[in-house]
Design a protein around this ligand. Structure first.
Ligand SMILES: Cc1cc2nc3c(=O)[nH]c(=O)nc-3n(C[C@H](O)[C@H](O)[C@H](O)COP(=O)(O)OP(=O)(O)OC[C@H]3O[C@@H](n4cnc5c(N)ncnc54)[C@H](O)[C@@H]3O)c2cc1C
Ligand SMILES: NC(=O)c1ccc[n+]([C@@H]2O[C@H](COP(=O)([O-])OP(=O)(O)OC[C@H]3O[C@@H](n4cnc5c(N)ncnc54)[C@H](OP(=O)(O)O)[C@@H]3O)[C@@H](O)[C@H]2O)c1
Length: 460
């Protein structure tokens, strides 16, 4: 099946808004039909040519016609919200190939943020912008070796995993047990295996604050080194340590543009604590042990509370500092691929423009081409005073309120601890001042937006 694309032969010219609107309707319709069949979106890719012609990087994607969809009546647009079912889950993941793993941040950046593309070469793996991908990491070899050495085991010992399946202790420590950041439960279970007075005191109910302080920046290896000789049998590790769990990453691509791949934007967590260099288990895996061509077990996770408007003409405002920008890249790709005509406004923030402007060229190109109607950036460390996305929102209060009055959907993604709250405060202040009706009205206005699903957050 070929997806009609009415502005294909425009010779490296982007479509006008009217052209986009006309063929957008058709493409959305086709897309929904495909979703109905629970098939992956596989266009016979005139789109690839179009997208390549306009400079978007599609080099790693094979555009081919292999749609096996049988025709059925199109579903109602609301059904775009449907959750995808897949035989691949966290317990039975899909073995994906790493197609791309490249650094987004500059060499002088304080952060290491990576763009990662993973293959989805199976019709079982479908996603919608707003979804997340779950990645199952392994512990890094140095950490595994350190733990085995501290325990005085070789790794050859046999243990039963969480399903009762016999495996080597090495495999258990590498891929089943959370030897990374220390959990309170692990210290409690460890303390129960010993008469060690310090550990008993640390885990006493009245010392909750003290144990939280102890946990910060520590891993299992610290507990082993500071309180050795507690684990006598390898199997005891399964009662002390939590299970190694997958980590979620917002999807940064649209399957309408990348039928066989899922993209993510991963900040590699690295820090020094208690005299050791540490790294996040999963982001560290992505940073150090996920070379292009290698395999990664993944699964897809639907999030029906973070979705583009059903109406393709509805304006959207996206607040995405740091890796929070990931789902908005997916939203924009989706609107571009389906030629959706609604206005789009992205607020992006990071530390420094020179090193941390994630997807700079892509977003600037989208802005130049009209896919992105407005782009506002806030680089917090390029001047003496901190400048954050909410400061840009205040500067653009008039326009922001006008967009809201025109029915704009407002999305926030990224840091839950401070940014999301500050952005909500800025939004309330904008509504209060620009409406001239004060704080109470702003609260009601926002409550109404939530009811209409026009205020959506994906924060972590
Ligand atoms: C829905 C959702 C979407 C997400 N999307 C993204 C995304 O798009 N991109 C992305 O990068 N992440 C995203 N995350 C976060 C991601 O899932 C992981 O939590 C993140 O990558 C860290 O996992 P890790 O295994 O590398 O680190 P872990 O091994 O889990 O370690 C992280 C922990 O290390 C500790 N820590 C971190 N820094 C320090 C420090 N300086 N000092 C002491 N302790 C410290 C903290 O306890 C922290 O929780 C998302 C999370 C959710 C829930
Ligand atoms: N669990 C984990 O270990 C882990 C791993 C990766 C990411 N994350 C989380 O993922 C989110 C994104 O991380 P990230 O490193 O990509 O970006 P980030 O930490 O959110 O930083 C992005 C930009 O936001 C700014 N910022 C800081 N406080 C803010 C506030 N209150 N309001 C608005 N902007 C603010 C930062 O400025 P300054 O830095 O100059 O203040 C920076 O310019 C965060 O929640 C982060 O904690 C967590």
């Amino acid at each position: 099946m070929r997806v009609f694309c009415c502005f294909m032969d425009t010779n490296a010219r982007l479509p006008s808004r009217e052209e986009k609107r006309d063929c957008g309707v058709r493409n959305v319709h086709t897309y929904i039909q495909m979703q109905t069949e629970r098939q992956r979106f596989r266009m016979s890719f005139q789109w690839g040519d179009l997208v390549s012609a306009h400079g978007y990087d599609t080099s790693h994607v094979t555009f081919k016609s292999r749609n096996k969809t049988t025709q059925r009546d199109a579903m109602e647009p609301q059904e775009q919200q449907v959750a995808h079912k897949s035989k691949y889950t966290r317990n039975s993941p899909f073995q994906s190939t790493v197609l791309v793993n490249r650094l987004l941040t500059g060499a002088a950046s304080e952060k290491e943020t990576r763009h990662i593309e993973l293959s989805l070469d199976t019709p079982e793996m479908t996603y919608t912008p707003g979804d997340a991908v779950g990645i199952l990491p392994t512990n890094r070899p140095e950490a595994v070796a350190e733990v085995l050495q501290a325990l005085g085991f070789t790794g050859e010992e046999r243990v039963k995993d969480h399903y009762g399946v016999e495996i080597s202790l090495h495999e258990a420590v590498e891929s089943r047990l959370a030897v990374g950041k220390l959990a309170r439960g692990s210290v409690n279970s460890y303390a129960k295996l010993t008469d060690n007075a310090t550990l008993k005191e640390l885990t006493a109910p009245e010392n909750r604050a003290r144990i939280e302080e102890y946990l910060w920046g520590r891993e299992f290896i610290d507990l082993l080194v500071e309180h050795p000789g507690v684990i006598a049998e390898p199997q005891q590790l399964f009662t002390v340590l939590q299970r190694l769990t997958p980590r979620m990453y917002s999807i940064a691509s649209s399957q309408a543009m990348h039928p066989d791949a899922v993209h993510t934007t991963v900040r590699v967590v690295r820090y020094d604590a208690h005299g050791r260099h540490r790294q996040g288990v999963c982001s560290g895996h992505m940073g150090e042990r996920a070379p292009e061509g290698g395999k990664l077990p993944i699964f897809l996770h639907s999030n029906n509370n973070f979705r583009l408007p059903v109406d393709p003409t509805a304006p959207i405002i996206m607040i995405g500092p740091g890796t929070g920008v990931a789902p908005f890249r997916a939203f924009l790709q989706h609107r571009m691929a389906l030629a959706e005509s609604g206005d789009t406004w992205l607020f992006f923030g990071e530390q420094r423009e020179a090193t941390d402007f994630l997807y700079k060229e892509e977003f600037q190109k989208m802005a130049a081409d009209g896919v992105l109607t407005r782009l506002d950036v806030a680089f917090s460390r390029d001047q003496a005073e901190k400048l954050y996305v909410q400061h840009r929102m205040h500067q653009q209060a008039k326009g922001l309120y006008r967009w809201l009055e025109n029915g704009a959907y407002f999305y926030v993604c990224g840091d839950a601890s401070r940014m999301a709250k500050d952005v909500e405060t800025a939004l309330l202040e904008t509504i209060a001042s620009e409406s001239g009706k004060g704080a109470e009205h702003a609260a009601e206005y926002l409550a109404q937006m939530k009811k209409q699903k026009r205020y959506q957050r994906d924060v972590y």
